[in-house]
Design a protein around this ligand. Structure first.
Ligand code: ZN
Length: 451
């Protein structure tokens, strides 16, 4: 894979939540290890000299008119094995979708040939959409999940990967369930060891994640055991939280607590925890998440199909909770995080305005619920990075050189640039609403070109 030395052109990133920074004619330099060494603009004294020497180096690239450099997308919630069912069976409620379609599909990953074909296709497609960091649920299979980690390393994607734990016989079918609690915990340990050995060979791209599917799928012994492993190894934890009416009620019935409180009681709510959805989280849940510094993986497209409601993203930001974005493949039928930025904005508007026309306008919505494209873009970049303790998602010295080019003039582009009419931020909005893989003409992870 080719390494970049520096790029000259227009850089767009969210410097903080709600603030977009656009740097024109900027020079972004990579260090040999793939971090951002420096970002210079024409106002900097050293700019002219540094640009002259950058042009001499191998790996220098000058963006063309219509090309923009964006930080790589960070997708906080993906079910890698569900890739073959993207867009299917979305008419079913979550519990039926899982039992009839998803669990039978995930069970197929006992077959490593099947896993290889599916995972390669998924990781390639995500990179083609500009997703440089992905947080994956694998399956219950140790070997197939190791293979997913191998493929991410091979294709150069930064990845956080978990072997799914699900041992509860009441909720998990016999054909797709961990063979036993202790065996599953041993396999989680084995997976963590495997990923650590991978990184000794291939840098620091792949990270293990402790992955209780969600409370309904796990026995209390499993939840306790996984919490101990996460603490012992200092791993991230990923699970689902208050995703739908059914799931939320299930936890209330079983533990007499809301999801966040129950996870907290097991020691699974920490500053390394990523909670997918949190659609039904209230202010009390948000206060607990903030206290524990846990993050939300907001999956706005998936919410429409499986969550019975829209995650109150505005409330979460106002309550000081860190929020990133996820596609929730295949609950969300799109591999594009840019698309999910657009849907995050749209769904917050639906929440604010309401959607039932039979109600009076004043009664219809939840006032003050909207977020804008600046905030949603921040979630997909810097917000996701914060959830992972990762210096990425922004163009700052010392951050990972994870980035992609959007070329609005590429063939078949849906993005119309109109320089005489467009303000600086308009191009970013147009990219969010219109970019497709055809517009993504190059992708770098840790300074290495992976597309
Ligand atoms: Zn999910």
């Amino acid at each position: 894979m080719r390494k970049v030395s520096s790029i000259l052109g227009t850089l767009i990133h969210a410097a903080e939540c709600g603030r977009i920074e656009i740097l024109e004619d900027a020079l972004i330099e990579a260090s040999p290890s793939g971090s951002i060494a420096d970002v210079l603009t024409p106002e900097d004294k050293a700019y002219t000299d540094r640009l002259a020497s950058a042009r001499e180096q191998k790996g220098f690239l000058e963006l063309e008119d219509g090309q923009y450099l964006l930080p790589g997308m960070i997708d906080l919630h993906i079910h890698a094995p569900q890739w073959p069912q993207l867009g299917k069976a979305l008419h079913l409620p979550l519990e039926q979708w899982l039992q009839k379609h998803t669990f039978p599909l995930e069970a197929k990953y006992a077959d490593l040939q099947f896993a290889e074909t599916s995972y390669r296709s998924l990781v390639s497609t995500l990179l083609a959409n500009g997703t440089t960091t992905a947080v994956y649920f694998g399956t219950i299979h140790l070997e197939a999940t190791q293979l997913l980690a191998d493929i991410c390393l091979d294709l150069g994607q930064r990845a956080y990967v978990g072997k799914v734990a699900m041992d509860n016989p009441d909720q998990c079918p016999e054909f797709y369930r961990d063979a036993g609690t202790q065996k599953s915990l041993e396999e989680t340990r084995a997976f963590i060891d495997y990923v650590r050995s991978l990184n000794q060979r291939g840098g620091d791209l792949i990270h293990p994640v402790v992955t209780p599917r969600f409370i309904p799928s796990c026995t209390d012994d499993m939840l306790r055991g996984l919490s101990a492993i996460a603490q012992e190894f200092g791993c991230h934890v990923q699970t689902h939280c208050s995703e739908s009416d059914w799931q939320h009620q299930y936890v209330l019935d079983r533990h007499g607590k809301r999801d966040t409180a129950s996870l907290d009681a097991f020691g699974l709510l920490t500053d390394k925890t990523i909670l997918a959805h949190c659609t039904l989280a209230d202010k009390g849940d948000m206060a607990l998440m903030r206290k524990r510094h846990a993050s939300v993986a907001h999956c706005p497209l998936s919410n429409y199909y499986f969550s019975n409601a829209v995650f109150p993203a505005r409330m979460a930001l106002d309550e000081g909770v860190n929020v990133g974005l996820g596609t929730d493949i295949a609950g969300g039928p799109s591999p594009s995080l840019l698309n999910n930025i657009a849907v995050a904005v749209t769904s917050s508007r639906a929440l604010e305005e309401g959607v039932d026309p039979s109600l009076d306008g004043a009664m219809r919505g939840s006032s003050g619920a909207r977020i804008d494209f600046r905030e949603a873009f921040w979630m997909a970049t810097a917000g996701g990075a914060a959830a992972l303790d990762l210096k990425a998602g922004r163009f700052e010295p010392g951050y990972c050189f994870d980035a992609f080019i959007v070329d609005i003039k590429s063939a078949h582009s849906n993005i119309v640039g109109w320089p005489s009419l467009d303000g600086p931020e308009d191009i970013l909005q147009k990219i969010i609403y219109g970019a497709a893989p055809d517009n993504v003409t190059a992708v770098w992870v840790q300074g290495r070109q992976v597309r």
